[in-house]
Design a protein around this ligand. Structure first.
Ligand code: OGA
Ligand code: ZN
Length: 325
């Protein structure tokens, strides 16, 4: 179990994400509505929940080159390595907040056991494929029928990947959105997830699209700069603490911040990322579709202007004071 003191403190007003039993038909209403919901005690990942811990991973997670991120702080802010060069070429400063390296599971687990305050933090984030060893066997025993049922019912595209996440306690994945539907499965230990709807786009100030931190919020939840990001005060989030066996539905384009609880040991999660369904042009458009449109406009402007620094001023020129409140 856990208590409030194990959650990091933020200046946010948060509601609880509903928790429903895995057989509850209301789950489909939430999914159809693109609303988050915790599927509690899900059978889907049961074969993993029954067996997986760090000792088991040490024995069954194979391969010489598992992807591990190394950070000097508790935050692991994702960045797109393909966009780093682009920034440097255009004179935009970028210092990667984490280092990506390849490690064997033995070294990862040893460093977790020996970790003391002040050491670099580690976060293993590895796509599940045939090279990750015997854990794939448990994976094959997941309830794929249940997943395929949801995928078909809600018209999602194909499963694109599964990410296996092994975290130290206290690690944080800062607030961002993904362009995919996500069933986020909690296998071992406890994770707190804070979500915001796509309509909070303005409140969360995403980095520009060309920036390596594309899709990530510029707001540092530990120390929000309200003079730069005044609308962050208006963000209305919701949260859940996931326990082993829970699956959180993170709808496409929903913002999410994920933290492994403090003083609660390491965590193991596995997600299921699905491509979005075919776009239906039913009006009025949904908030997440508007985010998608604004991404396309931004992409086009960067391409035609050939200079990322001109995008903001052009948008200001276009909109500033013209369309009213
Ligand atoms: C995700 C995600 C982060 C984490 O599954 O989309 O952002 O730390 N996970 O689990
Ligand atoms: Zn994510």
């Amino acid at each position: 179990m856990w208590d409030q003191s194990q959650l990091r403190k933020y200046d946010l007003t948060l509601e609880a994400i509903p928790r429903l039993h895995h057989a509850d038909p209301k789950i489909d209403e939430y999914i159809a509505d693109n609303k988050p919901v915790v599927i509690a005690g899900s059978r889907v990942i049961r074969p993993a929940v029954d067996k997986w811990d760090m000792d088991y991973m040490e024995k069954c997670l194979g391969g010489p080159g598992l992807t591990v991120f190394v950070s000097q702080s508790h935050k692991f802010k994702y960045f797109d390595e393909n966009k780093v060069q682009y920034c440097l070429r255009h004179g935009i400063d970028f210092v990667p907040p984490t280092r990506r390296c390849k490690m064997r599971i033995g070294e990862f687990v040893r460093r977790l056991r020996e970790w003391k305050k002040g050491d670099d933090r580690l976060y293993l984030q590895q796509a599940v494929n045939s090279s990750v060893g015997n854990v794939v066997k448990d994976f094959m025993k997941f309830d794929w029928e249940y997943l395929a049922g949801k995928q078909a019912k809600h018209n999602w595209g194909p499963l694109s990947s599964n990410l296996l996440l092994l975290s130290m306690e206290g690690n944080v994945t800062p607030c961002h959105y993904d362009e995919q539907q996500n069933f986020f499965g909690q296998v071992y230990g406890y994770k707190r997830c804070i979500l915001f709807p796509p309509s909070d786009y303005e409140c969360l100030y995403p980095h520009p699209l060309y920036h390596p931190h594309d899709r990530q919020s510029m707001v540092d939840f530990d120390k929000p700069d309200y003079s730069r990001f005044p609308k962050f005060k208006k963000a209305r989030g919701c949260e859940a603490v996931l326990e082993p066996g829970d699956i959180l539905y993170i709808p496409i384009y929903w913002w999410h911040h994920v933290e492994s609880l403090m003083r609660a040991g390491p965590t193991i999660s596995v997600n299921f990322w699905y491509k979005g369904g075919p776009i239906s042009l039913e009006y009025p458009l949904k908030d997440h579709q508007k985010v998608s449109i604004s991404r396309n406009v931004e992409k086009m402007l960067v391409e035609v202007l050939q200079d990322p620094k001109e995008v903001g001023p052009l948008l200001e020129m276009m909109a500033g004071g013209r369309f009213g409140e």
